[in-house]
Ligand binder design. Structure first.
Ligand code: SF4
Length: 484
């Protein structure tokens, strides 16, 4: 017997306020189901959201947690909860394996608690093969949905309560952006703000354009309204999120009176009263404009940190990656940033082991690391993603060669980062205090405008405040210090 309900496939709709209202009605309906469950259990039901992957996923998970709490679940970190949802990532192959391993373990909990509901969503679910695998081998999963219809979570939750079948709701694409749904922030004083969804760039190693669809920018009015609400709610720092923030607004029609560029948008966000820091993630080097540098220069609220993914320092590998810039163009951009904004920290992402990468190509990357003097770099070993052009490139690099090149690169990255950090020793920095230190509860942990971590003695009442801290000692990627 077929036990799936396929709700919709490939829907394309306009943005509607009516949709937000409809979802709020489903929230009320789900509340009734959860209250019924609470009566049956004799306690408040618990829910756990497990997040894999990037900032965009973390933001989506905040939306899921908000709905679950609103409808009556108590948030829990245990995967032995009454409702467990895995928000997946598919950028790296081992992420898939990790999710499936966790899902397998979860089935044991469900055997003991048959009322338990298990859901899986996110980028991995946009891949047909992954959904088929779950349909076939993980029959205990109650709900599967993708990246485009996360705003429908309350509705899907209701359907889940109304049916004992596996619910599958994956949309291939959408141009729909639904605003005004509840979000529960992890930190009360800082928040991500999605400014756009999707990506048009098709880097040959990356699955994102296939699973997140084409670029769709939110209207500037909605973004500003969200930032104003956040500021009124005590948020001091926002991070504007998009796969390629520099293409913000390019999808608006020319006659759209709301059409603005990313530099114009960030400048408007800076005007929001109460916000003290504005970050953005991620700009693509090929689209980084002089206008954006001017805006950063004249707006002290914009964090002194630019994350500028390099991926490779070899022009030939960059061409095969479809990154649309050369080694020289990247270095020229870094030079321009360093000259105009000397106080800005530049961090990057680098992939080692892309198909066809030679030792000389890695030498080129190391050369860029030295010349750019990155403040930090996240280095990744290339992971073949089925469905991307690079997966079918023939000259995959042997594992031992990748490992050797990775180690060579990492050594230079660490030396450069340490040298860069040391420059700040002895200075005073404004630090947004984020939490009590994980290892030593007498210490607080916060972030400087340039994103460096600082640990210093202090009272937890300072959490959420921006304080001045003297940076006494540099430990490579973080500082210890004392409050001035
Ligand atoms: S810019 Fe390239 S790496 Fe980034 S999301 Fe788009 S395709 Fe992927």
């Amino acid at each position: 017997m077929i036990k799936e309900i396929n709700i919709l496939n490939g829907s394309k709709n306009e943005v509607t306020d009516a949709e937000s209202l409809k979802q709020l009605e489903f929230i009320n309906k789900a509340k009734e189901y959860v209250s019924e469950l609470e009566k049956n259990l004799g306690r408040k039901p618990t829910a756990c959201v497990v997040t894999f992957g990037c900032q965009m996923n973390a933001r989506d998970s905040e939306k899921l947690v908000a709905i679950l709490k609103l409808v009556g679940y108590e948030e829990s970190e245990s995967e032995n909860s009454d409702f467990v949802i895995y928000n997946t990532c598919t950028v790296r192959d081992n992420a898939d394996q990790r999710v499936l391993g966790r899902l397998g373990a979860c089935s044991n909990h469900k055997k003991k608690n048959p009322h338990m509901k298990i859901a899986i969503c996110g980028c991995m679910m946009q891949e047909q093969s992954a959904v088929e695998k779950i349909q076939k081998s993980y029959r205990f999963v109650d709900l599967i949905f993708g990246t485009h219809n996360i705003y429908k979570f309350a509705e899907l939750l209701c359907t889940c309560f109304e049916s004992d079948r596996m619910i599958i709701d994956i949309w291939k694409e959408t141009d729909k952006i639904v605003e005004d749904l509840p979000v529960l922030r992890k930190y009360p004083f800082k928040s991500g703000v999605n400014i756009m969804y999707g990506c048009n760039n098709f880097c040959t190693y990356c699955i994102v354009p296939y699973v997140r669809g084409r670029e769709r920018s939110r209207s500037p009015k909605d973004i500003i309204r969200e930032c104003e609400k956040l500021a009124a709610d005590g948020v001091k720092e926002v991070m504007l999120l998009g796969q390629n923030v520099n293409s913000y607004g390019l999808d608006f029609k020319d006659d759209n009176p709301d059409k603005i560029s990313f530099p114009e948008l960030i400048e408007e966000v800076c005007k929001v009263e109460g916000l003290e820091r504005v970050r953005f993630m991620t700009p693509h080097p090929k689209d980084f404009s002089d206008e954006l540098l001017d805006v950063i220069e004249r707006n002290p609220k914009i964090a002194r940190h630019i994350h500028l993914p390099l991926q490779s320092g070899s022009t030939e590998i960059l061409r095969r990656m479809n990154r649309k810039y050369t080694k020289d163009a990247y270095l020229e951009l870094v030079n321009k940033i360093r000259t105009k904004l000397p106080e800005v920290a530049i961090t990057t992402d680098i992939i080692v082991g892309f198909p066809g990468e030679s030792r000389e190509d890695v030498d080129e990357t190391i050369d860029v690391v030295k010349k750019a003097e990155f403040d930090n770099a996240f280095t990744f070993i290339y992971s073949k993603r089925t469905g991307t052009p690079a997966a079918s490139f023939e000259d995959q690099v042997p594992e031992d060669v990748v490992k050797e090149n990775f180690d060579r690169l990492l050594k230079v990255v660490q030396e450069t980062a340490r040298k860069q950090s040391e420059k700040y020793t002895g200075s005073v920095a404004k630090v947004l205090v984020e939490e009590v230190n994980d290892h030593d509860s007498s210490l607080l942990t916060g972030r400087m405008s340039n994103n460096s971590l600082v640990h210093f003695p202090g009272n937890e009442e300072l959490i959420g405040e921006i304080v001045e801290v003297s940076l006494d000692e540099c430990h490579g990627f973080y500082f210890t210090g004392h409050k001035c």
